[in-house]
Design a protein around this ligand. Structure first.
Ligand SMILES: O=C(CO)COP(=O)(O)O
Length: 259
């Protein structure tokens, strides 16, 4: 049985004072959550500081990593360093890195391989742009983004991994995809992985990301192939983020009790 995973991606926001306050609030508001996995992805410079103050039930996620483990790579940070300070998850392939840093599928696959080689959990972001969506290419784009990993690393690369479906047009726009659109893409992803390994597909956590908030979380999380959220802006508000998590916990529990 997959337990839901909610990650707050804080992107390039905050400072020590703001983020310390946010962490204190989350520690208080989330201490009773038992049935969801929770993680936060602060800017990398604050990860170590936050690792010392965050509650045990909230895990650490990095927003980025380099393909190299050590050496003359000025400005880069390795997966080994992230592991050393207690990071569990690493986001890879986010559309903002694809766009602003020209990261392509091959480069993303190299990052993914490094993360896996250290036993950390990659959170592979996939999803179509608005034009691709209009042209009905959503599933084709998602398949290609998955295929680059499958081709280099095989199906076992998706064991203990997370895929986050984040339509680019839904990020930061206030326009999330509809619950049915999301379920259709998530089911496609799971079926595609299942063609190669049913057990891996069954265990695979597939998150949705893109303008998640307290008004749309419930109708999306009840979809059978939605296993949690990658939350951006709403995760910077401790009340909103903890309420999204509570909605996930309550809704998934209701479904389990009904079945
Ligand atoms: O990019 C996202 C998470 O990685 C989603 O961002 P928003 O929730 O702000 O749309």
């Amino acid at each position: 049985m997959r337990s839901p995973l909610i990650i707050g991606n804080w992107k390039l926001n905050g400072n020590s004072l703001i983020l310390d306050t946010l962490v204190n609030e989350l520690n208080k508001k989330l201490f009773s959550i038992k049935k969801c996995q929770i993680a936060i992805a602060p800017p990398i410079v604050y990860l170590d500081r936050i690792s010392k103050s965050i509650s045990n039930n909230i895990k650490l996620c990095a927003q980025n990593v380099d393909i190299n483990l050590s050496g003359a790579f000025t400005g880069d940070i390795s997966a080994e360093m992230l592991k050393d300070i207690g990071v569990k998850y690493i986001i890879v392939g986010h559309s903002e890195r694809r766009l602003y840093h020209r990261e392509d599928n091959n480069y993303i696959a190299q990052k993914y391989a490094v993360i896996k080689s250290l036993g950390l959990t990659p959170v592979l972001c996939i999803g179509e742009t608005s034009i691709e969506n209009i042209n009905g290419k959503t599933k084709e784009v998602c398949k290609l983004q998955i295929d680059t990993i499958l081709d280099c690393q095989g199906i076992t690369a998706f064991k203990n991994a997370v895929i986050a479906y984040e339509p680019v047009w839904a990020i930061g726009t206030g326009k999330s995809a509809t619950p049915l659109q999301i379920q259709s893409v998530h089911k496609f992803i799971r079926n595609y992985i299942a063609q190669q390994d049913i057990d891996i597909a069954d265990e695979l956590i597939i998150q949705y990301g893109g303008s998640i908030n307290i008004t749309n979380a419930a109708t999306i999380i009840i979809q059978p192939d939605v296993d949690g959220f990658l939350v951006g802006a709403a995760s910077l508000n401790p009340t909103v983020f903890s309420n999204v998590i509570k909605i996930v916990e309550t809704s998934k529990n209701l479904i389990k009790n009904k079945n």
